[in-house]
Design a protein around this ligand. Structure first.
Ligand SMILES: C[S@@+](CC[C@H](N)C(=O)[O-])C[C@H]1O[C@@H](n2cnc3c(N)ncnc32)[C@H](O)[C@@H]1O
Ligand code: SF4
Length: 404
């Protein structure tokens, strides 16, 4: 059983700087909701997300009951706050039936103060795409679909263990575009045996689809995956870096802005949910393994949910907080790194005043690290911004580490 630490108000005593009544934040940040769907048709060999091969069917009824119990127990923490974005991620949420997504969204609407114009994204795998299903999701309120394409090359899709081919990937995009006006495509590059020309073909195919948003990730070998145990031959670091530069050139020449390390958007098409993470906004995470970060006037809390789907489905309905793990209040000394780790991923960074707004800490708590970063030419010289310079962008890990 995972370690269970229910969050109790007494935890505040652990941090004298955050003692009850000590006002930390003048205003609470925007609030998002993340809902985790933990099942996939098959586990991809490179994937370290909390995703599990589904059996013949997924236990939708028990899952939705547990989600309702999870959400109900979290409500006192977000009472009265408006929810700006919802992200139904996984795993493969497009495995859920039309009626399950409808019940899920009706539940969110009845429990939450959901902003009328809320961005509601659902992640889909082309191997589970069906035109009617996407239309039904949209009728229930989903207004953005994020599709895990990975590649348009059948040979690479097979090497990645994907359950779909390139034709199905193209068809899924068309189905999604008929259902909603906002579609994101996930693509990976530096794939086993991939040439620069093949990488370019993938990006061009994605651009030709007319999508408004692209998430482009370099394939990484993650611990505890099949690829970590049996590593495929990947392009070497120089080739991968060259691919990254080439991908950026192709996509920005097509009118996209690389606004975050892996995210590219046409004007007005940024993923509001993800931007809220990077701007150190708040998010409630429900479902197995979901993480959350919530602010209160006197403290900022993080927590997570039990990772194993079966254990979470058993624990959440007990209503004794045993489905919550790793609850903790962030110590003031954690905040500079937590904030900068996120904010510096944005190409335009953030305004310096956002640091105090979101962490309650004076900018002076960053002074030493900022000085070092400026001395190394890693930040732009504008003192009103916290933004990587061109050099800082190239050495982002080193820049972020200065705030540890
Ligand atoms: C949580 S997955 C969900 C997408 C959906 N389940 C699918 O695969 O179709 C989000 C994205 O992370 C990316 N990703 C997953 N594992 C990765 C890895 N090891 N290296 C790079 N990107 C990865 C993939 O592009 C994937 O689409
Ligand atoms: S379908 Fe997506 S979440 Fe599922 S195993 Fe593959 S990459 Fe991971």
């Amino acid at each position: 059983m995972p370690r269970v630490i229910p969050i109790v108000t007494d935890l505040r005593a652990a941090s004298p700087a955050l003692s009850p009544g000590h006002a930390l934040l003048d205003a609470l940040p925007p609030l998002s909701l993340y809902v985790h769907v933990p099942w996939c048709v098959r586990k991809c060999p490179y994937c370290d997300f909390n995703s599990h091969q589904a059996g013949d069917s997924i236990p939708e009824g028990r899952y939705l009951d547990a989600l309702a119990a999870d959400l109900e127990q979290a409500l006192p923490k977000i009472w009265g706050r408006q929810v700006h974005t919802v992200f139904i991620g996984g795993g493969t949420p497009s495995l859920l039936s039309e009626s399950a997504v409808d019940r899920l969204l009706a539940m969110l609407r009845s429990y939450l103060n959901l902003w009328p114009d809320a961005e509601i994204t659902l992640e889909a795998n082309p191997g589970t795409a069906e035109a009617d299903r996407f239309l039904a999701y949209a009728a229930s309120g989903v207004n953005r679909i994020s599709i895990g394409i990975q590649s348009f090359n059948d040979r690479h899709l097979e090497a990645l263990g994907r359950i779909h081919n390139a034709r199905q990937a193209r068809e899924a995009i068309v189905m999604a575009q008929k259902a909603v006006s906002r579609v994101n495509l996930d693509l990976m590059f530096a794939l086993p045996g991939q040439t620069m020309a093949e990488c370019e073909e993938d990006v061009r195919a994605a651009l030709d689809s007319g999508t408004e948003h692209l998430s482009l990730y370099q394939l990484t070998l993650e611990p505890n995956t099949v690829f970590a145990k049996y590593p495929p031959k990947l392009p070497d670091d120089d080739v991968a870096a060259h691919m990254q530069d080439h991908v950026e050139t192709l996509v920005t020449n097509a009118g996209f802005d690389r606004y975050e390390v892996s995210a590219y958007a046409r004007p007005g098409a940024r993923a509001r949910h993800n931007v809220n993470y990077w701007e150190f906004g708040d998010y409630l995470g429900i479902g197995p393994g979901a993480h959350g970060k919530l602010s209160f006037p006197d403290r900022i809390e993080r927590d997570a949910r039990v990772r194993n789907p079966e254990s979470w489905m058993q624990a959440a309905p007990q209503r004794d907080a045993s489905h919550v793990t790793d609850g903790r209040i962030l110590a003031p000394e954690d905040l500079p790194f937590e904030f900068m780790l996120n904010a510096l991923r944005l190409r335009q960074g953030v305004s310096a005043s956002l640091y105090t707004e979101r962490t309650g800490q004076p900018l002076a708590t960053l002074t030493k690290a900022l000085q070092r970063a400026h001395d190394q030419g890693l930040l732009v010289s504008d003192p009103t911004r916290l933004q990587a310079s061109d050099r800082g962008w190239r050495f982002l890990n080193e820049l972020q580490a200065l705030f540890l």
